[in-house]
Write a protein that binds this ligand. Structure first.
Ligand code: KG4
Ligand code: ZN
Length: 339
């Protein structure tokens, strides 16, 4: 029969529900929130309200697509954090009510661990083999950028992290300066394919160890545009593709620099990519070349598992279920959560 887990994700601006039977993904429904676009970023109050509207229909749809009835569910896994408190509260409250009504356990999940565990989902989209422990994961999202040494499903050590902005934030903030819609990452990706990545250069951080920094790049990009716009008000319009390509090239360079160092230091030769920015076609291609050159085993998630989704929450919940790691029913969400 297997173990059926319903996963709920509501940490930021995507409401998602998914069902797994053991490691096999049966459904993964995601409702995005267009309401934030006109504000150029996620508005927490609006996100929370949209989650409240979306959660019931999204869960219904996920169960329907999976062909699972409520009484077949063994446990509900939900994102406890990190994320926006008002958003997390919706998923947490839903999980509490749903599990109380059915008399089944609920399982808290760390959103960042879940991004990494997408590599263990079995689905039509990912028949690929999973990494073996230990492996290194470059976790790049809108809120986090981390190099994680993954020893087991629930034993992870952060080797390096950003000391300021995340890589996704660098994409999004610089994209805004290029007058691209929010979130800008996918737009930069698309434009970069037509641009010259070596045309412009921007500053890169000089930071010891494995930590990242992206705020200097953002400032350098801002000043660069400001100086050129003084001379030519149409500078951005005329050079948008080259600017996007050069920006993306710089971000990838920064990411790979530390990754190379961490791989050398750890002596590990398996590397996995995870998080929203791992959808970036330039990053995927550059990492594939690098892995080939250096003999690394590379694990790149299917696009559908890169940005926020509940499939990753359900699979993480599954592994916690196997260990009997259930949450108390008075649990609350956490804006900051560590592993
Ligand atoms: O993991 P995610 O969905 O949310 C967080 O947990 O933060 O990541 C969202 C981030 C955004 O910054 C978005 O611009 C970025 O992932 N992103 C991309 C691409 N697709 C999404 N960045 C660059 N290229 C892409 N194709
Ligand atoms: Zn995320």
């Amino acid at each position: 029969m297997g173990t059926v887990i319903l996963g709920i994700e509501s940490s930021c601006d995507d409401t998602s529900a998914a069902v797994v039977r053991d490691r096999l993904l049966l459904s993964n429904v995601i409702a995005g929130q267009d309401v934030h676009q006109k504000y150029g970023g996620v508005v927490p109050e609006l996100a929370s309200r949209a989650h409240q509207q979306n959660i019931v229909p999204v869960v219904d749809q996920a169960l329907k697509e999976a062909g699972i009835s409520r009484n077949e569910i063994d446990a509900v896994a939900f994102t406890r954090g990190p994320g926006l408190l008002g958003s997390l509260l919706v998923g947490t409250s839903f999980a509490k009510g749903f599990t109380a009504a059915l008399g089944i356990p609920m399982i808290e999940v760390n959103h960042l661990q879940a991004h990494i565990l997408v590599h263990f989902i079995q689905s039509g989209a990912s028949d690929a083999v999973s990494p073996r422990f230990p492996f290194l994961c470059l976790l790049v999202s809108g809120g986090h950028t981390q190099l994680v040494l993954v020893r087991d499903y629930d034993v992870m050590e952060i080797m390096g992290r950003t000391i300021d902005d995340a890589a996704g934030e660098a994409f999004d903030k610089c994209a805004k300066l290029l007058d691209l819609p929010y979130p800008g990452g996918p737009h930069v990706d698309r434009l970069a394919r037509e641009g010259d990545a070596l045309r412009f250069t921007f500053s890169k951080p000089r930071l010891d160890g494995f930590d990242y920094s992206f705020s200097g790049l953002k400032t350098s990009f801002l000043y660069f545009l400001r100086d050129h716009l003084k001379e030519d008000p149409e500078f951005v319009e005329k050079n948008r593709a080259d600017l996007a390509a050069s920006l993306q090239h710089t971000i990838i360079d920064i990411l790979l620099n530390k990754l190379r160092k961490a791989m050398r230091k750890s002596g590990i030769n398996q590397v996995a990519l995870a998080g929203g920015v791992s959808a970036n076609s330039g990053l995927r291609a550059t990492l594939a070349k690098e892995a080939e050159k250096r003999g690394w085993d590379l694990f790149i998630p299917p696009i559908s598992f890169t940005t926020d989704n509940a499939a990753m929450i359900a699979i993480t919940g599954y592994y916690r279920y196997l260990k009997g790691e259930f949450s108390r029913d008075d649990i609350g969400p956490l804006a900051r959560m560590y592993f």
